[in-house]
Design a protein around this ligand. Structure first.
Ligand code: PRP
Ligand code: URA
Length: 207
């Protein structure tokens, strides 16, 4: 299973803005959105293309269009904030939703919503959540997506730690992981350090 850290000065700069405690929800959302767009270039690098006949103002020629339907699956809530940016560049993508929250004591994911799209089994599926901490939420969401029939799945996050990567690699060795940062510590409360705090609360201004 592959694990890719997408490093780019623009992503690093925007992530640093997001980490700062004084960053407003508006700026946090905007930077998350923009990082989502920047990460798309790498995530979709292996997308299959099909040859098509086209006509330019000058001549007939061959062109290439994307040959596979795309399904994005944000893990609600925080995944919604990152999916928006990705969707801007892949506007034909269908969106499925999975709602999970972590039990504060056990840190286990609790499912409260799941809505699939049609044709998911033939689609290029991207599960999106900014935070990969214990890995419980991502693993559960991927399990649900596989239960819907999804076969070709990638997981995209902004900030990750070793524990989450290892859990996903163990539970779903077929799923490629993309992240913008591998942070050093998962603390005893299940927060990533230095991290950026509770992503959902910062996106939606709920604390
Ligand atoms: C956050 C985050 C992930 C999860 C990551 O969601 O958005 O879904 O925690 O932690 P894990 O890897 O240990 O499972 P949270 O449960 O806070 O819900 P929210 O998005 O509604 O705030
Ligand atoms: N979920 C978050 O939103 N932040 C963390 O640091 C860990 C899990």
């Amino acid at each position: 299973m592959s694990f890719t850290i997408i490093k780019h000065p623009l992503i690093i700069d925007k992530l640093t803005r997001m980490r700062k405690v004084e960053t407003s929800s508006k700026d946090f959302r905007e930077n998350l959105n923009e990082i989502g767009q920047l990460m798309v270039y790498e995530i979709f690098r292996d997308m299959p293309l099909k040859e098509v006949d086209i006509e330019t103002p000058v001549t007939k020629t061959k062109g290439y269009t994307i040959d596979v339907p795309v399904v994005l699956i944000p893990i609600i809530r925080a995944g919604l904030g990152m999916t928006e940016g990705i969707q801007k560049l892949v506007p034909t993508a269908r969106i499925a939703h999975i709602g999970l929250y972590r039990n504060e004591e056990t840190l286990e994911p609790v499912e409260y919503y799941a809505k699939k799209t049609k044709n998911i089994e033939n689609s290029y599926v991207i599960v999106v959540d900014p935070m990969l901490a214990t890995g419980g939420s991502a693993s559960k969401a991927i399990e649900i997506a596989k239960g819907w029939g999804a076969k070709q799945i990638k997981f995209v996050c902004l900030v990750s730690v070793k524990e989450g990567i290892e859990k996903l690699q163990k539970d779903h060795p077929d799923v490629e992981i993309y992240t913008a940062s591998l942070d050093p510590i998962l603390n005893e409360d299940g927060y990533i350090v230095p991290g950026l705090g509770d992503a959902g609360d910062r996106i939606f201004g709920t604390k």
